[in-house]
Design a protein around this ligand. Structure first.
Ligand code: G3P
Ligand code: MG
Length: 232
């Protein structure tokens, strides 16, 4: 399905441990256009992990935000992989894919902006390969105000609020990241009327990819990027 935009969700996380450099490499191998990774701020860094505690995806214990970087980096995030830093994500992707950074906490903006500026200035990165998204819409707004060229997306978990269009307009967003359990053709049409794309998470079967296509969705977050080429 060439006209559906593919976001490898937490990397190709159906194949390799989520939010690791291995999952990125697999997403690149599967030719995903975009790779989505989650970040939390810890000390001066952004660490790449989904949950705010460590138990599910690592051999560590406790809260990500209350851990030291030294502790986080000592952990196994699956198959011997370390919890990556955001700059390692940029390095591994290089020019092979686009990157959606999902901000999983507040106080992320300065670090995200300085990493993006560094990779645009000194490496082969361009704004058209970057998308910043978050459930914390203020973080998205601050990022956009500092980097007006950046593409952004509010994330809506559960049913979108009545003013979801106003939120997206206010953020001047490129897209909206919407929950698969609450997406409808009507929501998609409203977004399209103001020129905003709809990308739905998380869509892991061919049948559901086809359903999304039928209601006009522009793209999907999937743990299995290879499914897009199998859908009709
Ligand atoms: O950004 C889309 C999607 O990743 C949001 O949900 O919980 O998988 O980060 P989650
Ligand atoms: Mg995410």
């Amino acid at each position: 399905m060439k006209d559906m935009i593919c976001f490898a969700h937490r990397g190709a996380s159906g194949h390799e441990p989520e939010n690791t450099l291995l999952a990125i490499q697999k997403a690149i191998e599967l030719e995903s256009e975009w790779i989505e990774m989650d970040v939390f701020p810890v000390e001066h860094e952004l660490v790449v992990i989904h949950d705010d505690d460590l138990e599910r995806t690592t051999n560590g214990k406790g809260s990500v935000l209350q851990s030291s970087l030294a502790y986080l980096r000592s952990l196994d995030a699956g198959k011997g992989e370390r919890i990556p830093y955001l700059n390692e994500v940029f390095d591994v992707i290089g020019s092979s894919a686009k990157l959606n950074i999902e901000l999983k906490w507040i106080d992320t903006v300065e670090r995200v902006v300085s990493t993006i500026e560094e990779y645009i200035k000194n490496h082969d990165w361009t704004y058209d390969r970057l998308l910043i998204s978050s459930l914390f819409h203020d973080e998205v707004k601050k990022t956009k105000s500092l980097l007006p060229e950046i593409m952004t997306a509010p994330v809506f978990l559960g049913p979108p609020p009545d003013n979801f269009i106003e939120i997206a307009k206010d953020l001047q967003s490129y897209s909206m990241s919407m929950d698969v359990d609450y997406i409808t053709g009507e929501i998609v049409n409203k977004a399209h009327q103001i020129g905003i794309k709809v990308v739905v998470f998380t869509v892991n079967t061919i049948e559901d990819i086809e359903k999304m296509k039928n209601i006009g969705v522009d793209g999907v977050f999937t743990n299995y990027p290879e499914l897009l080429s199998k859908a009709e």
